[in-house]
Design a protein around this ligand. Sequence first.
Ligand SMILES: C[S@@+](CC[C@H](N)C(=O)[O-])C[C@H]1O[C@@H](n2cnc3c(N)ncnc32)[C@H](O)[C@@H]1O
Length: 267
Amino acid sequence: MSHCRARMSIVRTCLSLSSRHLTSRRVLSHVGRVVGSHRPPVRLNPTHRRTEKKRNGIVAMGEDWESMWAAGLEPGQAFDASRVEPGFQDLINTGTLPKGTALVPGCGRGYAVAALGSAERKVFGLEVSTTAKAAADAYLSTAKAGDGSAATEHCTVVIDDFFTHTGQYDLVYDCTFLCAIPPSRREEWATQMSKLIKPGGEIVSLVFPLGDYEGGPPFALSTKIVEDLLTPAGFEVVSLTEVPEEKLARTYPRGLRGEYLYRWRRL
Ligand SMILES: C[S@@+](CC[C@H](N)C(=O)[O-])C[C@H]1O[C@@H](n2cnc3c(N)ncnc32)[C@H](O)[C@@H]1O
């Protein structure tokens, strides 16, 4: 059994969604529903919890990323949503995201890289896995950029470690990257974001998976976790949007649902 498979996580039963962490601050939303107040936690009933235990959780992501990709990760498997996240596509469609240069750390097959690309926005995907880069290059070679032109005209995937990467970007899209790194590196993640994003530039964080369970990846996230990371790192909130049910990109185990798009500006 490969190291990767051995590391694949069994994520334990979630007891509640983390939406109770939402701040009471009212924020503007461009897509989906405006979120501005606490919601009561959703609790799983005991029957559901037993069922999930029987199912033995999910096999989701490995930390040995190259092994996971090299084992053959097809579109739609594990974290791969086989398309750009529909909620994020709606946000792109508003035309309000910064132009210039964009970064997608841990870009995987590169769906978001292509969707963000345009004559007005050059996009870089970052990957540590050479197999992931090959998969992204193959995808981008036939994909259309956001403005309908060939994705290869505006999009590039580079092999580099996010934590040591250097550059200056107008926009970063973090999707299933923060939840993939060990929680012990989260502050480093925020500090690195503040170095990589220009003053006035933005980060959009797809907050997923929502939960308060132990272990990962994917490690559970909440809007509060993202706030507690980005506020001290020098960012201010632009908008917080709950992605509508019909636009969710990924399904949850254990019947839990939900994604938020959290948009922040570098001060
Ligand atoms: C959970 S996957 C998400 C992929 C993609 N964002 C998606 O949603 O399909 C995390 C990705 O991050 C990459 N990765 C992990 N650590 C990284 C790092 N330090 N720098 C750059 N990429 C990294 C992995 O190879 C993997 O493809």
